[in-house]
Write a protein that binds this ligand. Structure first.
Ligand SMILES: *Cc1c(COP(=O)(O)O)cnc(C)c1O
Length: 364
């Protein structure tokens, strides 16, 4: 099979090694004569799969199992938008609004209690990351979105001096760069951008946050109660068995690359793309002008000041000539977007730049 150059924002590219291991496990898991989809999630073989994925995740994050717990739940990152305030919002929550996904998280939290949006980049159509904000000292937590998939912005640095628990949606940049994960009380991510297929959401939670949670959950639905899931080792009900396996395999792949290696590769990939735009004399224009806020994962750009006809032609030609797929920007913002997640090879980015130059020469 020849692989398409797939620049999808999600579900997105996975390492070939992971696909191959999954193909094998789907047919015959570890020579057991059963598919991983056919076996009990309570079997000792499957138990090893989920436990290893949980342990590897903490290892990658440099967090200890004494302090943090790893859950794999259904419902997508979107489910966490509600579950987090449902469990942890008592008095008031602080949010920073950096785009559509932050806004959705805010809307859900508002259904639970008081929300203070302490900073927003809405004034400039979310093309930067707010730098000046003050966290309410009596907030239950602060929530941020580390990478804004739709706009192509990202927090280059973790927010500093946050004295309340910090909760982050890392759906689209998990393990893209090295971070101090111990600054976070909750890290969560829908798997389908960077670590696996759709159907499972990773939640890494500081145990003390859960222990200190004041909300009384006795009468609340069990499925929305983190304590229930933690107590059951993320197996309160049947977990998304196959997606968790794929995530575990992706963690192994990430370990092999090394977080530093991955970060350097990601920086290089993004630079190759942005450099090509800089050299294009205004033919390709990055959507995010503030360089320090540019995402390494989702590179958003326009042709000239938004020549929609040429952009459409670009998307069509990329597909027809070179099998480059999913270069259209999100429907909310238009333009073009190349999502170049962890497992996107640098060769793909180089091929894209070659096409970009060819297209520019034919259409300028
Ligand atoms: C895609 C995405 C989501 C939504 O994830 P679902 O798993 O579809 O609910 C949330 N946050 C960010 C940053 C995303 O990129």
């Amino acid at each position: 099979m020849s692989r398409a150059f797939n620049f999808s924002a999600g579900p997105a590219v996975l390492p070939v090694e992971v696909l191959e291991a999954t193909r094998e496990a789907v047919y015959d898991f570890n020579g057991l004569g059963m598919s991983i989809m056919e076996m009990s999630h309570r079997s000792k073989e499957y138990d090893a799969v989920i436990k290893e994925a949980q342990a590897d995740c903490l290892k990658l994050m440099g967090l200890s199992p004494e302090e943090y717990v790893v859950l794999f739940l259904g419902g997508g990152a979107s489910m966490q938008f509600y579950m987090l305030p449902f469990n942890f919002l008592n008095k008031k929550a602080n949010y920073i609004d950096t785009g559509v996904w932050s806004t959705k998280a805010i809307r859900e939290a508002e259904k639970v209690g008081e929300v203070n949006v302490i900073a927003s980049s809405k004034d400039k159509n979310y093309n930067y990351i707010p730098k000046n904000f003050t966290v309410d000292s009596d907030a239950d937590y602060l929530h941020i979105t580390t990478n804004n998939t739709i706009y192509g912005t990202a927090w280059a640095k973790d927010p500093e001096n946050v004295k309340v628990p910090l909760l982050a949606d890392m759906s689209s940049d998990l393990f893209a760069t090295r971070r101090d994960y111990s600054k976070y009380s909750v890290i969560y991510a829908g798997a389908q951008k960077n670590i696996g297929p759709a159907g499972v959401t990773l939640i890494v939670m500081k145990k003390s946050l859960l222990e200190n949670a004041q909300r009384k959950l006795d009468k609340f639905p069990s499925m929305l109660d983190y304590k229930v899931h933690v107590k059951a080792g993320s197996m309160f009900n049947t977990p998304p068995c196959l997606p968790i396996y794929v995530v575990g395999q992706t963690f192994k792949w990430i370990m092999k690359q090394g977080l530093e290696g991955l970060e350097q590769k990601n920086i290089k990939k993004a630079n190759v793309l942005y450099d090509a735009m800089d050299a294009s004399n205004g033919f390709y224009v990055p959507a995010v002008t503030a360089k320090e806020d540019r995402s390494l994962m989702n590179v958003t750009f326009r042709i000239r000041t938004g020549d929609t006809e040429l952009e459409e032609k670009f998307v069509k030609e990329a597909r027809a000539k070179y099998n480059m797929a999913n270069l259209k920007g999100h429907r909310d913002v238009g333009g073009l977007r190349a999502s170049i997640y962890n497992s996107c090879p640098i060769e793909w980015v180089e091929a894209l730049v070659k096409f970009m130059n060819e297209f520019m020469n034919e259409n300028k």
